[in-house]
Design a protein around this ligand. Structure first.
Ligand SMILES: [Zn+2]
Length: 255
């Protein structure tokens, strides 16, 4: 194939998704540190379970050797030739359905926030890795980790909800009306009909999650947590072309 250079390259990555390809092969969707999101074929996963299968499970942080052209067009499917597990977070979610669904929503969002393959996004990679690590570590409620991830991921995508100024006119302050179509909090002058009026504690929580202030976030009560999740989900779904499949499955009562 003219102009198609197949070469070996290394990178570390988070495994976002694993799909079957025939009997023994898998297509692995990866969010890599330096090469953005890419899909790679892992051949003979069933035959060589010790080498590949256990390491290429969703949510794992792995070090890979990949065959393909890291920059060119060519085939979009690269081939995994070696894999080492750095930290296989997927194991932590086995038998923990609420955290598993939160991890699934994180992985699906990461994929949706990277519509173009092989476009590097180091910040999204680090955010995704950090969220899975935190989820596996269990230091915060799973829904808080998820909502923090969604808010900050939307920030990287350029459509974080306005929280400290009016989304329409930019007037500073914590405005108490929230409009998803307008882009977040809105002042009394700009408030469109149908705006939500969340509790002040809900907006405090959302601001804390967006800024990584876990002292405030961990102390939030159930009501604000639930209201915050609802607004974050509505804001995310508005901006994604299609809704997330995994988000409605997140168990918000038990995480
Ligand atoms: Zn305004």
């Amino acid at each position: 194939m003219p102009g198609y250079r197949r070469q070996l390259y290394r990178d570390d990555a988070v495994v976002l998704r694993v799909q079957k390809l025939g009997e023994s092969d898998r297509i692995i969707t990866l969010l890599t540190r330096r090469h953005g999101r890419l899909r790679a074929v892992a051949r003979g996963v069933r035959r060589t379970m010790s080498r590949f299968g256990a390491r290429l499970e969703p949510f794992g942080h792995v070090d890979l050797q990949i065959a393909g052209d890291p920059h060119g067009a060519g085939s979009s499917l690269h081939t995994v030739s070696q894999v080492e597990g750095i930290k296989l977070y997927g194991k932590s979610f086995l038998g923990d359905y609420p955290r598993y669904t939160a991890a699934s929503a994180i992985a699906e969002t990461a994929e949706r926030l990277t519509p173009v393959e092989r476009e590097p996004s180091l910040r999204l990679f680090l955010l995704t890795l950090g969220a899975l690590k935190s989820l596996a570590g269990g230091e915060h409620a799973g829904t808080l980790v998820l909502d923090a991830y969604l808010l900050r991921g939307m920030g990287l995508a350029g459509w974080a909800p306005a929280l400290t100024e009016c989304a329409v006119c930019g007037a500073p302050g914590q405005h108490r009306a929230f409009s998803v179509p307008a882009g977040g909090c809105v002042c009394p002058n700009c408030r469109p009909p149908g705006s939500a009026h969340p509790a002040a504690a809900t907006l405090d929580l959302m601001t804390a999650l967006a800024g990584g202030d876990w002292r405030i976030a961990d102390a939030a009560d159930t009501g604000p947590r639930r209201e915050c999740s609802g607004l974050v989900a509505a804001h995310l779904q508005w901006h994604l072309e299609r809704g997330l499949r995994s988000l409605p499955l997140v168990d918000r009562e038990n995480t």
